[in-house]
Design a protein around this ligand. Structure first.
Ligand code: KG4
Ligand code: ZN
Length: 346
């Protein structure tokens, strides 16, 4: 079955065609980085408007690249949340219109379930169950993946997401948006030990939750005291800041994998494209006999191939949404009940 995936939850308008949840026939992403760059972050109303302009051309390009027509599509999967509400609605409405016009089954996909499915498009995906670190612009979560579409969240950020920590730092340093890519590049020639930034909630007794807002404040104080550096000093600052994020992610992820007795870890979401995180996790995992699976960088950031893959597994299970499917801005993952928590469900 060929599934059409549509994604517009943030600042990427994307359409993809994926056969049997495995084979990508077309994967088209129109990013709006130029629209938002001068604001140092995504402006929701501008994002919605750009999605409206881009959605049909992106869909047509996907069909052209796959050399198929809508008659060959067997189902439609759309990101229905979480995300920017006005942005989400564009793909949801486009998907519903197509499903209605062509009489196709429709399914709404959780954006993070989509990120988790990106690695299933790779030749050697992780077995079930496995541990996943989801690190994007809006989310930082450690989840136990029991099966396709069946996850339990072990921990999440209490304040900023890891990607947000990169983006806010880049904004403060005048490096543009999205910040992760620029900091990643500048950090390559910097010394990660130059400045000792705080590693939030890295201690063993902090559970699986994260916190990155203290790091952001530490950077603000550093810049107030020393100004925004240039040249080598800027590279050193970026490398030190990045190391503070990466150290926490690596320590907490490998610790959770050992505790949960899960030998396979997948990392997904935009920050999974970060070279220091990829290298750090591979090194730590190798030392522990764990295996790390990361999608290629273009499938770490938002795309619709991952939505089509996740949607495929839902459709074959018989999941269907009606034309009353709507977009939801906030959609938490099911969370593991804390031991001893009153009234908690397993
Ligand atoms: O998954 P994604 O495309 O959108 C959301 O669902 O949020 O993630 C975007 C985030 C941005 O915060 C961006 O700065 C970050 O991913 N990012 C990176 C890198 N590439 C993208 N962060 C660190 N290093 C990178 N190479
Ligand atoms: Zn995302």
């Amino acid at each position: 079955m060929i599934v059409l995936g549509l994604e517009s939850s943030c600042d990427e308008t994307a359409a993809a065609l994926v056969a049997d949840g495995r084979r990508v026939l077309a994967d088209v992403v129109a990013s709006q980085h130029e629209v938002h760059e001068r604001y140092g972050g995504v402006v929701p109303e501008l994002a919605s408007r750009a999605h409206v302009v881009n959605v049909v051309p992106v869909l047509q390009t996907a069909l052209d690249r796959a050399r198929i027509t809508l008659a060959e599509v067997g189902g439609v999967a759309v990101t229905s949340g979480p995300g920017l509400i006005g942005a989400l609605l564009v793909a949801v409405q486009a998907g519903k219109a197509l499903a209605w016009a062509r009489g196709l089954p429709l399914v709404g996909v959780h954006h993070l379930e989509g990120h988790l499915a990106a690695v299933y498009l790779e030749p050697d995906p992780p077995p079930m169950p496995h541990l996943a670190l989801i690190v994007s612009g809006g989310h930082t979560s450690l989840v136990r993946v029991e099966d396709h579409g069946q996850v339990v969240e072990l921990g999440r950020t209490r304040d900023d997401a890891a990607g947000e920590a990169f983006d806010k730092a880049a904004k403060l340093l005048g490096l543009g948006y999205p910040g992760g890519v620029v900091i990643d590049r500048l950090a390559k020639t910097g010394d990660p030990r130059a400045i000792d930034f705080p590693r939030g909630m890295i201690a063993r007794n902090t559970g699986d939750d994260f916190s990155f807002s203290g790091l952001k404040t530490a950077l603000l104080h550093h810049v107030r005291a020393h100004g925004v550096p240039e040249g080598q000093a800027l590279a050193d600052l970026c490398a030190s800041y990045q190391a503070a994020i990466v150290d926490v992610l690596v320590a907490k992820t490998t610790r959770a994998a050992r505790r949960e007795a899960l030998d396979h870890i997948q990392v997904c979401g935009g920050v999974a494209a970060n070279s220091a995180l990829r290298a750090g996790l591979h090194a730590a995992a190798a030392a522990d006999g764990l295996r790390v699976h990361v999608p290629p960088p273009a499938r770490c950031t938002d795309n619709a191939a991952m939505i089509a893959a996740a949607g495929y597994h839902r459709l074959v299970r018989g999941d269907r949404d009606g034309l009353d499917l709507s977009a939801t801005a906030t959609l938490p993952l099911p969370r593991r009940a804390r031991a001893g928590a009153r009234g908690a469900h397993a």
